[in-house]
Ligand binder design. Structure first.
Ligand SMILES: [Fe+2]
Length: 288
């Protein structure tokens, strides 16, 4: 690997995606294509976004930390990540629990000098994501455990159908499964006013009519609006891991995850989480 300090631009294919030059026609073209895809499908892929150097460096960093990955004890969830509700009919989507195997290399495994974190903190990347999503201002997520993580889909694992709680997700595939491990989604299956339970039930029952499979290659950047589009990663039927780098951004500074969610998904919390929770409780007390 090249010597430090790392130039984040060397990790991106800047010949096609000149981050830091927003007036360049190639930058503007990427925005147009990405925004069109997002509007139509709730999903956009920017192919070969990472340079060969960037991909090999980020993959090496993930593989070096793979032994530290945490696998959640919760292995079955419904598409809403909510509890069972016995008052509903047995075939209600809220009562359909599917296998989910979650493994993450958490962000505390990366120090600030790692290439992955240098890229994540790069203002030109944040600006580009912001422009693609049409947001006024994005900030890095300040959660010390989960701001930038790697999802590990080990052989035999799957991340079953679900909706995201966050509006958008930014990922870079570092390593594909040799077989299986495909990203599938149903664009705009629900909307802000309607859960569309019948349509959700149909997909969970195996109806593939509206299901799209998104081909992804290592080095691609994916932007996904997962709040309304049901999605999953199919079972990894190969013999090696599928590795996906997830970068989180927020529309306000200082946002971090809850104690409960960090414990469940990542197996750890920090002083910062506990402090934030105390402040939340206090704020609620004042409201009362
Ligand atoms: Fe998701």
């Amino acid at each position: 690997m090249p010597k430090l300090p790392i130039d984040p631009a060397s990790l991106i294919d800047t010949s096609h995606y000149p981050l830091g030059s927003p007036h360049d026609t190639r930058y503007q073209k990427s925005l147009t294509v990405t925004r069109t895809q997002l509007e139509r499908d709730g999903c956009a892929v920017i192919p070969d976004f990472l340079s060969p150097l960037g991909l090999s460096w980020l993959l090496t960093e993930a593989e070096e930390r793979r032994k530290s990955a945490y696998f959640s004890a919760i292995t079955k969830t419904n598409v809403y990540f909510s509890a069972d509700d016995a008052s509903l009919a047995e075939d209600h989507p809220q009562r359909i629990f599917l296998e989910r195997t979650n493994g993450f290399i958490t962000s505390d495994c990366y120090d600030d000098s790692s290439a992955s974190r240098v890229l994540y903190n790069w203002q030109a990347l944040i600006n580009f994501i912001q422009d693609c999503l049409g947001k006024d201002q994005l900030y890095i997520y300040e959660d010390p455990v989960s701001d930038m993580i790697v999802n590990v889909l080990k052989p035999g694992s799957q991340f079953n159908w679900h909706f995201d709680t966050n509006e958008f997700t930014i990922t870079m595939l570092l390593k594909s499964a040799v077989s299986g491990g495909h990203f599938e989604y149903v664009p705009n299956l629900r909307n802000a006013n309607d859960e569309c339970y019948d349509e959700v039930r149909a997909v969970l029952s195996g109806d593939t009519q509206r299901v799209a499979c998104l081909p992804l290659s290592p080095g691609d950047l994916q932007l996904f609006l997962g709040r309304f589009s049901l999605h999953r990663v199919t079972k990894n039927t190969g013999l090696s891991d599928r590795l996906l780098l997830i970068m989180s951004f927020a529309e306000k500074p200082g946002i971090i995850g809850s104690v409960e969610r960090n414990r469940e998904l990542y197996g750890k919390v920090t002083e910062k989480h506990l402090e934030a929770q105390t402040q939340r409780v206090r704020a609620d007390g004042l409201m009362d």
